[in-house]
Design a protein around this ligand. Structure first.
Ligand code: FAD
Length: 498
């Protein structure tokens, strides 16, 4: 579809995290040129989860000019240094996937090659002892460290975050419309073969637009229902299709990492905010019924319940394309993989930035649409492969779920990466992929892949030199962490003025 019609009326359908992140960025960057309306329904509400993030969110906040302490106070946020995977390899065996890098890389080879040699020769400590984020996380410490700073993200209250972004968007001219969308109209000259022309509200009013952003959540009322764009089902590789979530009061200081605890039916998250904890189970409906799940969750949380457990059904996968005609789906409407690596909010951010880069102010060009779709597809497929890795390489024998994911046929792209790492400790990754080499190394070794050999450059270091090299890194990490204050105290002090 090519059109030379100018686009300045943008209608965002839905006001969850996706709708308000889109509105905030678009109004901040293009607010003066665009007429932006956002429609949401208090009665329908939002999915109400999505509280762990990754470090890239900091750059989104920089674009928006957000003051970190003000944002953290407004959203009850804490810092996040990574994810502790508990029992994922096997029962009782944990590992940490941290943000940031581990040790020092050489131009020819990553730190893991030197560490593997050190381990073989009995000189190396645990891999994560060379990673400041992991050591700080387990010591429950945090501060902004100048120069050699810790890499971090946030845990935040999703409901408060949407409100915070709403205030910012409205200040930049976004008009919010409360009400339920009754129908999606295509009543232009081409009729139902043409673009979306307006949203028909249940109260009979009509919201016309040039570009429609579908942020209506799993329902995907515009792209999926009205335009009939199909959905690719990934449940063979990711059999979990349910979640149940509940909030509890904090009974201890907030720790600066997400906990991901494997169970026979799937896994559980614990996300500590300043005054409460977000909890949930992600499970396969073949392993546990929706009636049992809330009871199992209640038995696995600490602290008083603030909300009642709520079951959420989902189908892992993605839309065949996220941009069709004059409609772009963002957030849950565009696809979903379970929140094991906290990637959905990041994908909203990426979609928002991508749209700003290709905004069709002079009309839609099909080449832009195709590129937007291709990039979005690749991005989610890379994340899918990384999530599947966590499941596939496991030694658990306590349920059919873990047996299935271990024995299933994985996609050649992932198979190739696992085998190359097993052989040579090298990570083969496309340069535009979200997860860096250090992420793949931590998860592959954490899940139990021990490489057969390391890069020969590591053998250029003699025993004394390698001892000194590893010792210096460990000393620097220990000193950095020892100088940090407690995480909860630091957050309270930072947020106090707000
Ligand atoms: P929703 O929050 O569902 O919002 C949909 C909006 O559309 C609402 O405002 C609703 O009122 C509106 N709407 C729908 N129909 C109509 C209608 N007919 N009329 C008017 N308005 C309508 N992501 C992370 O990054 N980190 C995490 O830790 C994480 N955890 C998650 C855990 C679970 C169990 C799930 C399911 C998701 C998780 N996510 C996580 C994903 C994250 O929650 C979503 O990406 C994010 O909340 C965006 O949701 P959304 O805005 O697309 O949809």
């Amino acid at each position: 579809m090519n059109t030379s019609k100018p686009f300045n009326r943008v209608v965002i359908a839905g006001g969850g995290t996706a709708g308000w992140m889109m509105a905030a960025l678009m109004s901040k960057l293009l607010g003066k040129q665009l007429d932006i309306k956002l429609v949401e329904s208090e009665e329908i509400g939002t999915v109400g989860v999505g509280e762990a993030t990754i470090p890239a969110l900091l750059s989104f906040h920089n674009l928006l000019g957000i003051n970190e302490a003000e944002f953290m106070a407004a959203t009850n946020a804490t810092f996040k240094l990574g994810i502790n995977f508990e029992g994922w390899k096997n029962i009782g065996q944990d590992y940490f996937h941290s943000f940031g890098s581990t040790g020092n890389d050489h131009w020819s080879a990553g730190f893991q090659h030197f560490w593997l040699k050190g381990q073989r020769d009995g000189l190396a400590r645990t891999y994560t002892d060379y990673n400041p984020e992991t050591v700080a996380a387990f010591a429950n410490r945090f501060a902004h460290v100048p120069r050699s700073g810790l890499n971090y993200a946030y845990h935040l209250d999703a409901g408060r975050y949407a409100k915070y972004l709403r205030a910012m968007s409205e200040a930049h001219g976004v008009q919010r419309i409360e009400g339920k969308i009754g129908a999606v109209l295509m009543d232009g000259p081409q009729g139902r073969d043409g673009p979306i022309t307006a949203l028909q509200m249940q109260d009979g009013s009509r919201i016309d637009g040039d570009l429609f952003i579908d942020c209506t959540g799993f329902r995907s009322m515009l792209l999926g229902e009205a335009l009939g764009v199909g959905y690719e089902d990934w449940s063979y590789w990711l059999p979990c299709d349910r979640a149940v979530a509940v909030q509890t009061a904090s009974v201890r200081d907030a720790w600066p990492y997400t906990r991901s605890i494997a169970h026979p039916f799937g896994w559980q998250w614990r996300i500590p905010l300043q005054h409460r904890v977000g909890n949930g189970l992600v499970y396969s409906s073949k392993e546990m019924s929706d009636a049992d799940a809330p009871e199992v969750l209640k038995k696995n949380v600490e602290g008083e319940l603030i909300t009642q457990p709520r079951v959420i059904k989902f189908l892992p996968g993605q839309r065949d394309k996220v941009w069709h005609r004059n409609c772009i789906a963002v957030g849950l409407a565009s696809g979903f993989v379970e929140p094991l690596e906290s990637t959905s909010i990041h994908l909203i951010q990426r979609a928002a930035i991508r749209l700003m880069q290709t905004f069709p102010s002079g009309g839609i060009q099909q080449a832009d649409v195709d590129e937007f779709n291709a990039q979005s597809k690749r991005e989610l497929e890379h994340i899918r492969d990384f999530i599947v890795l966590h499941y596939h390489v496991n030694e658990r024998t306590d349920s059919a779920l873990w047996k299935h994911v271990r024995e299933m046929d994985i996609l050649p792209s992932l198979h190739h990466r696992i085998e190359r790492f097993r052989e040579s400790a090298r990570v083969f990754r496309p340069s535009d992929e979200l997860f860096a080499e250090n992420s793949w190394v931590q998860v592959m070794m954490g899940q139990g892949i021990t490489p057969e050999r390391y890069h020969p450059v590591a053998d250029l270091m003699g025993r004394d030199e390698l001892t000194r090299f590893l010792g210096d890194i460990h000393l620097k990490v220990s000193r950095t962490v020892a100088a940090l204050p407690g995480h909860q105290a630091y957050v309270e002090q930072l947020c106090a003025p707000y």
